[in-house]
Structure formats: structure tokens, C-alpha cells
Design a protein around this ligand. Structure first.
Ligand SMILES: Cc1ncc(COP(=O)(O)O)c(C=O)c1O
Length: 438
């Protein structure tokens, strides 16, 4: 097993004392008398003998979220190929987007300095609402100061205690938290499984039901099985909400997400997305009928009781939409890169799960091996995200790689060489040992 890039004596010793049975899922207990004091095991995991593992989290970026950037690693600046960013179309650092942000900043200053409901918003916010509504062919759109807050506010603002929200069991936490906050009954169906959705809907025929799905699932990088799931929802007269966080602007001929690809936009009454991914900025939006959104504006707490997006961000988003619309080749490049990288990984024997998109898990299936490899990859200049349980089941502990339009073939080939030198032999060695032991 290759040792980590943090190869000083202390950390090597720490690695040898790594307790792989402990992970983030083990520390959700209130074991001490003061709720402000975290479980002792967590503090040990974060700061003690196994801190080298947790050190992969919250990496310090030293540059922009571009295809190649620099992060702090092992006390030094480390150049990396960046497969950790959602800057799918390269708009976060596009010169025109930066110029638009500068111009907006000069005119409007930094903050909106108040809730949109009470203190209002700028003409630019209104322009972005109209732009999003037109872009998506909807009557209206509203903006949130965070993607997470948008999902949370929309679901908790519309669902009521007597309702049922039925979520795919791989749904993002913002969706689950939004449903929990509404205090509605929570149902789940097996990931992408129409029969399981059918069974969940049949259980509560007498209630108002909302089916919650995602365009692209953010850990697995697979599309929702939209056509089949919609058929089931419609057969039960259930409404549908789609989270297009990872698909909006990056999928479909015009960038209108997974629903555009599958030709089902008019069957989904409420669409939500974030500006933090392909748009390269920050914030969330929801688009649908003006009747629904008029109501939601007064009942989404994360909208009513939280400051509007900074105008500078709104100015940047408007420009990003203009560039993405004018240059559809960015989407083409993104998809070519994604298909190339996934095919090459698979040729190396790397398990990319169900991914068919630019998000791909590199499945390790073992916590300790994942953290050791995580250090080795960073030390070699490959920046991928560690994904541990409970974000994924234990047997799918993985790295998540996100390919973007700005990666060159040379970037992707270098990344593949690093994977081939490190990840592939570690997985092979493990498979051989397991076969031998079996
Ligand atoms: C599917 C999904 N929905 C919502 C969000 C929240 O978006 P934001 O990061 O913009 O708050 C994320 C974030 O990654 C996501 O993956």
C-alpha cells in the first residue's frame, strides 16, 4: 500500500493507528451534558491520531476554481488538476463575467443589505428573475441567496403537515431538510425505481403528494429516470418538483437541464436549480407558475427572512447566462471531456458506478484505503473530493471527480496517469488479497 503524501513520522504513525471503523456517521450522538460540546470521539477524529484523514476536508484553495489551480497541501502550495469544482462551463472565471461583476460592484456596492420582501432588490435582481423565467419557459422565477436555502425554503414553504413528500433515497440533504422542516410525512423510494415510487405513492392515496427528484444525482452522476418516474407520478395525480442543481445550463441543447434532454419540461410544474454550479456563482432559483411563486414569496422563510443576493453576484450570473447561450460549444466540450474521461477510467478498470455524466465517483469501497489514496492523489497533484459514509453507503465510499469544459485533453490524460499509478494498483492489490483470503 503506498503511503500518504504527508510523510512525516508523526503522520505515518497516525496512519498506522487509523481506526477505519469510525466515520462521520458515528458522531451524531449527544453524549456530553453540554449540547455545545461535540462527542469526544469526533474531536479525536478531527484533531487527534487520525487527523491526517480528516485533513483532506476543507482544503485551502490558493487560486480560482479553474481546471488547474493551486491548493495548500502538506504546508505548501501544490499545483493540482482540479476535479473538485462545479465550474462545469468555465464561467466562474470567464473574463466577461469578471468584467460584469466589476461593473456591477462599482454601481451597486457590495451587499443588498436587506430581505427582498422588505428592503427590496435591485433592478438587476428583477432582470434575473425575468431572464430565468423566460429561459425556462415559465411564468415566473424567484431568487434565493443560496442554493441550499432555495431548496429548503421552497419545500418547507409549500408542503404542509398533512402532505406527503416522496423523495428518491439518494436525494440531496437540502431537499430532505426542506421536507422535514415542513413537518410533512416523508416517504422514500429506491433510487430511480418506478416500481418503488409506485408503491410509495399507493400507500398514501388520500393525501396531497409531492414527488421530489433530481436531474443529475450529485454523488452518483446519473440522470433521473425521468420518463418512467413521471408516468408513475402522473398516474397518481402527484405533483413533481425537480432539483436541476447539477444539470441546469450544462445539459440539454439549450441548457435547460435534464428535463430538456428527456423532453419532459412541460410535465414538471416546479423547477429548482442553483447558480453555484454551471453558472459559476452563488444562489438558487425556483421557476414555475406565478400563482405558486406569489404564494411562496411570502412563505419561504429562507427568502422572507434572509438578505437578497449581492447585486455583484446577480450581475455576474446575467453575464454567465449570456455567454453560455452564445457559446453552446462549452456544453459540447464539457460532454466530450466527460465521456472521454469516464471511458478512459473504465478502461483502467476504475469503477465509476452508474455515472453517465460529468460527475463520476471513483469507487474505492473502503474508508481507510480512500483516505490513504486521497493523500497520495493530492501529493501527486490530483484534486478529487473524498466522499465518506453517510454521504454514500459504506461500500460506495469513493472519490468524486467533476470534469469541466475548461479541462484540456492534456489535463485529463495527466489525471489518468496519476490514477493509473496510484488508485489502480491499490484497488488491484486489494482485490487480489480478497480473492486470496476468499
Ligand atoms: C442536488 C443539489 N441540490 C442543492 C444543492 C445546494 O446548492 P448550493 O451549493 O448552491 O447551496 C446542491 C449542492 O451541491 C446539490 O448538489
Amino acid at each position: 500500500m503506498p503511503m500518504s503524501g504527508n510523510n512525516n513520522e508523526h503522520e505515518s504513525e497516525s496512519e498506522s493507528r487509523f481506526d477505519a471503523s469510525l466515520g462521520l456517521g458515528d458522531f451524531v450522538v449527544g453524549e456530553r451534558s453540554d449540547p455545545l460540546a461535540p462527542p469526544a470521539g469526533f474531536t479525536e477524529w478531527r484533531r487527534g491520531a487520525v487527523a491526517w484523514a480528516a485533513a483532506l476536508y476543507e482544503p485551502n484553495m490558493l487560486g480560482s476554481a479553474d481546471a488547474r489551480t493551486s491548493i495548500q497541501y502538506d504546508g505548501k502550495a501544490q499545483s493540482v488538476i482540479n476535479l473538485c469544482s462545479y465550474n462545469y462551463l468555465g464561467l466562474a472565471n470567464h473574463p466577461e463575467v469578471i468584467a460584469a461583476a466589476n461593473k456591477t460592484l462599482a454601481k451597486y456596492g457590495m451587499g443588498a443589505c436587506g430581505s427582498p420582501m422588505l428592503s427590496g432588490m435591485t433592478d438587476l435582481h428583477r432582470q434575473l428573475e425575468r431572464t430565468m423565467a423566460q429561459f425556462l419557459g415559465r411564468e415566473d422565477a424567484m431568487l434565493f441567496n443560496s442554493g441550499f436555502g432555495g431548496a429548503l425554503g421552497t419545500l418547507s414553504g409549500l408542503l404542509r403537515k398533512s402532505d406527503v413528500a416522496i423523495l428518491d433515497n439518494r436525494s440531496h440533504l437540502s431537499l430532505r431538510d426542506g421536507a422535514v422542516l415542513s413537518r410533512c410525512r416523508l416517504g422514500r423510494f429506491e433510487h430511480n425505481d418506478p416500481a418503488s415510487l409506485e408503491a410509495a405513492l399507493a400507500r398514501r392515496k388520500d393525501k396531497r403528494q409531492l414527488v421530489v427528484i433530481e436531474g443529475i444525482y450529485s454523488m452518483d452522476g446519473d440522470f433521473a429516470n425521468l420518463e418512467d418516474l413521471l408516468n408513475v407520478a402522473e398516474a397518481h395525480n402527484a405533483s413533481v418538483f425537480i432539483d436541476e442543481a447539477h444539470s441546469m445550463l450544462a445539459c440539454g441543447e439549450n441548457g435547460r437541464g435534464a428535463a430538456e434532454i428527456f423532453g419532459v419540461e412541460d410535465r414538471i410544474p416546479l423547477v429548482y436549480g442553483t447558480f453555484s454550479k454551471a453558472f459559476g456563482a452563488l444562489g438558487g432559483f425556483v421557476a414555475g407558475s406565478s400563482e405558486t411563486l406569489d404564494y411562496l414569496r411570502f412563505y419561504a422563510h429562507s427568502y422572507v427572512y434572509s438578505c437578497a443576493l449581492p447585486p455583484v453576484v446577480v450581475g455576474a450570473i446575467l453575464k454567465a447566462i449570456e455567454v453560455a447561450t452564445r457559446e453552446p460549444q462549452r456544453r459540447t466540450r464539457l460532454w466530450e471531456n466527460a465521456n472521454y474521461f469516464r471511458a478512459q477510467l473504465n478502461a483502467l478498470g476504475v469503477n465509476t458506478g452508474d455515472s453517465t455524466t460529468y460527475i463520476m465517483p471513483l469507487v474505492v469501497g473502503d474508508r481507510e484505503r480512500m483516505y490513504r489514496l486521497g493523500h497520495e492523489l493530492r501529493a501527486r497533484g490530483l484534486f478529487v473530493a473524498p466522499v465518506d459514509y453517510p454521504a454514500v453507503p459504506e461500500d460506495r465510499i469513493c472519490f468524486r471527480a467533476c470534469v469541466t469544459a475548461n479541462h484540456t485533453r492534456a489535463d485529463l490524460d495527466e489525471a489518468l496517469n496519476i490514477v493509473s499509478d496510484t488508485f489502480v494498483p491499490a484497488q488491484l492489490q486489494h482485490a487480489q488479497r480478497s480473492n486470496y483470503a476468499g
